[in-house]
Design a protein around this ligand. Structure first.
Ligand code: PLP
Length: 306
């Protein structure tokens, strides 16, 4: 009976049809149509009126997790299979979970037997100074989806980690059947597996899964130093992730952000944009001088933007 999936506004889980269905990026949803039936969304956690310029996890908004309780009352919780969120929502513009929010989501899922899925495609592999975001936040989901850093992005590979009892549910089929018959043409491709194993070795040898803990404060201070630049309405950060949100130009949302992206690129810094939000998430090996260079370039660009 549990056929419903719940996502979150501003969530991003890829542009496959399932990911787009649970995702909350309006442009993608608009273009790709009705997608998967039975999906619903809780509201996002972006609340600049209360939380602008928060360092790390914002103070306000744990209660936004209660939106899942509202959907439980609407659909009946016995029809909901799983809730999926990125612990830190990245692609839509870096939205750090408010203090206590993920814990509250976990409690509601537990109360109703709903599986909690963390999409750690970006969050995992040391981005927050711990191997996984779930460890950083101290909240254990039932499943973790991941990719990117698993091979340092060198060769395509994704993975799903799950709790033992879920795993066992897949392993206890008929004797003569293959467990989890969910293969793709390139599942467990030897080159990708070799890249993954090689990446794990480098992470271990160079201590990269925890290195961000050592530079996170420097990173935070450097990001928030842009507060006095023109048009900056919010700065957010956690681990080795930061966002600088610009006020949109009247009648031209996204134009100022895109111009910042192009000008920074011409000056040698790649800054991703989502509308008028500049997002920063450099390699884990970044040095302090490079952090200065990155935000220094951003400052130069922001000063010249109309
Ligand atoms: C959180 C998250 N999930 C999923 C994806 C994409 O996954 P895929 O391209 O494998 O569908 C991304 C890509 O940026 C992502 O950030």
């Amino acid at each position: 009976h549990r056929m419903r999936l719940i996502g979150r506004e501003k969530g991003y889980h890829g542009v496959n049809f399932g990911g787009t269905a649970v995702g909350g990026i309006v442009g993608n949803r608009k273009i790709f149509g009705a997608l998967v039936a039975g999906v619903d969304h809780i509201r996002h956690t972006h609340d600049p009126a209360k939380n602008a310029f928060s360092r790390g996890q914002p103070k306000h908004g744990a209660e936004l997790a209660d939106d899942l309780e509202r959907l439980c009352q609407l659909h009946d919780p016995s029809t909901i299979a799983a809730m999926i969120v990125e612990p830190v929502a990245c692609s839509a513009g870096v939205f750090v979970p408010p203090q206590g929010y993920l814990q509250r989501l976990r409690e509601i899922c537990d109360r109703h037997g709903i599986l909690l899925i963390f999409d750690e495609v970006i969050n995992a592999w040391g981005r927050l100074g711990k191997p996984f975001a779930s460890e950083y936040f101290g909240v254990t989901p039932d499943l973790i989806t991941t990719a990117k850093g698993i091979t340092n992005g060198t060769v395509p590979m994704g993975a799903v980690f799950m709790k033992e009892d879920l795993y066992q549910a897949f392993m206890t089929g008929p004797e003569n059947a293959i467990e989890m018959p969910h293969g793709y043409t390139y599942s467990a491709h030897p080159v990708a597996c070799a890249a993954g194993l090689g990446t794990m070795d480098v992470y271990e040898e160079e201590g990269l899964l925890t290195r961000v803990g050592e530079i996170a404060q420097y990173w935070e201070d450097a990001a928030h130093a842009l507060k006095d630049c023109p048009n900056v309405v919010d700065i957010r950060n956690i681990g080795l992730i930061a966002a600088v949100e610009l006020a949109p130009r009247a009648g031209a949302p996204g134009a100022r952000g895109f111009e910042a992206h192009v000008k920074a690129f011409e000056k040698g810094a790649y800054i991703r944009v989502s509308g008028d939000i500049l997002a920063f998430a450099p390699p884990l090996i970044i040095q302090k001088s490079e952090i200065d260079q990155l935000f220094g370039t951003a400052r130069e660009v922001l000063k010249t933007l109309a």
